[in-house]
Write a protein that binds this ligand. Structure first.
Ligand code: PLP
Length: 415
């Protein structure tokens, strides 16, 4: 069979399981009616009737832009007012006392690419938790890096710092660079948020390892879901802990407009560095701008204008927050319904705090997902469990789902 792709570009020809199940769910909705199907595969905020939620305060702003403001090239690093707006929405009242530089990227995915490419060496192992967003693997694998994991939870469903420490030190022992991805708050797929006291331990460990000046510690904080964490202040306090870190500990925050601004397809985000060294900040800027030029050139100018126009106008920002908060409340109600019902029917779930998803640990997740489709419930199978998208399912269905899931789990177990 003729093959033309370069060796490094030949990957298994697998169907994407999420898209596959999502397609089947949509066909079922067409055949038997939306009200009879629970489609919990979608990673976007949907209204109670299964329609994508798009914030009016965002899209009215977009439609009021001059054509030239959408059409013109943007600065490679991002428009200056956009970069200022990014810092404002990311940190709010919790800006660390450090040098901070931001570079625009196509979504949070682009920020992950900028950070992993520029802060790891070929062959390096990147660390993240055993429950993780699978594109972390695609993004790092594409550039010849691998992903290692620590156990996110201990036996009491608390943050497993012991496992984190073990894996962090293992990597520190063999590599110059210890690059860790922490997806918090409102982690995908579990809905967990790392509490502040655990952050203290993570930072403490980073400082200990940083005593060896040959080591370079990079904490990549993926905040893709921060705008849907229930408490804006509490979910940002950890940023202040990044003040005055040793020069060889660098924090990079991955910002995304996809969820918080319902701008999934607009592809807008940023990588934001936090460092105590002016030189490290400058170096970050030039390294990332070079990557921008080499990969995608500039980003979506219209999307940048939306963010700066909203965030830099207190009246618009207030309205945006009010609108978004109504959906945050909706999400909370749905998640509460699921979590409470899970507890009632005795379905074990991972500790949900905030965000779009709830996860259920189990074996044979693909089989269980297949079994669930017989009851017209569609979920995403993960390596160690199932992901239920409360962001996409109405409250009533969130209440019904746990007992159906419990039955499917028991059935598969009994086979
Ligand atoms: N990080 C996590 C954990 C995500 O779930 C997502 C999107 O689903 C992203 C980052 C990046 O999203 P985007 O590239 O659309 O901004």
């Amino acid at each position: 069979m003729q093959s033309m792709a370069a060796k490094h570009s030949i990957w298994p020809r697998e169907k994407d399981i999420i898209f596959d199940l999502s397609g089947r769910a949509q066909r079922a909705e067409k055949n038997i009616g939306r009200e009879n199907v629970i489609n919990a595969t979608i990673g976007a905020l949907m209204d109670d009737y299964g329609r994508l939620i798009t914030l009016d305060t965002v899209y009215s702003e977009y439609k009021n832009l001059e054509n030239a403001e959408i059409s013109a090239y943007a600065a490679l690093e991002g428009q200056p007012d956009y970069l200022e707006a990014v810092k404002k929405v990311v940190f709010k009242d919790y800006m660390p006392n450090s040098y901070i530089r931001a570079v625009a990227s196509p979504g949070g995915s682009g920020a992950i690419k900028l950070a992993t490419w520029n802060y790891t060496n070929p062959g390096d192992e990147v660390l993240t938790s055993d429950w993780f967003w699978s594109p972390y693997v695609s993004i790092t694998e594409e550039i010849g890096r691998t992903v290692g994991t620590y156990e996110l939870f201990d036996e009491n469903n608390n943050f497993n710092f012991k496992s984190f420490k073990k894996e962090f030190l293992r990597i520190a022992d063999k590599q110059e660079r210890i690059f860790t991805i922490l997806n918090t708050p409102a982690h995908n797929p579990t809905g967990y948020s790392i509490p502040d006291n655990e952050w203290d331990k993570i930072i403490g460990l980073s400082k200990e390892v940083a005593v060896n000046k040959e080591k370079k510690i990079i904490l990549f904080v993926d905040i893709a879901y921060i705008d849907f964490a229930s408490d804006d202040n509490a979910s940002r306090m950890f940023f202040e802990k990044f003040s005055n870190l040793p020069e060889n500990v660098l924090v990079i925050v991955g910002f995304s407009m996809s969820k918080g601004f319902t701008a999934y397809g607009m592809r807008m985000g940023a990588a934001v560095c936090i460092t105590s060294s002016e030189n490290v900040a400058e170096e970050f800027y030039y390294a990332c701008v070079h990557s921008c030029r080499a990969n995608w050139s500039n980003c979506n100018r219209g999307a940048m204008a939306i963010l700066s126009n909203i965030v830099n106008n207190s009246e618009k920002f207030k309205k945006y927050n009010e609108e978004k908060n109504t959906y945050k409340e909706m999400l909370k109600r749905r998640a509460n319904a699921f979590v409470e019902e899970a507890e009632k029917v005795g379905l074990d779930i991972l500790p949900y705090r905030d965000g779009f998803f709830v996860s259920i640990p189990c074996e044979n997740s693909r089989e269980v997902c297949e079994e669930l489709t017989k009851d017209n419930v569609y979920m995403v199978p993960l390596k160690a469990g199932l992901r239920f998208a409360v962001c996409a399912v109405n409250e009533n269905k969130c209440k019904i789902a746990p007992s159906i899931i419990k039955n499917a789990l028991e059935y598969v177990k009994s086979q």
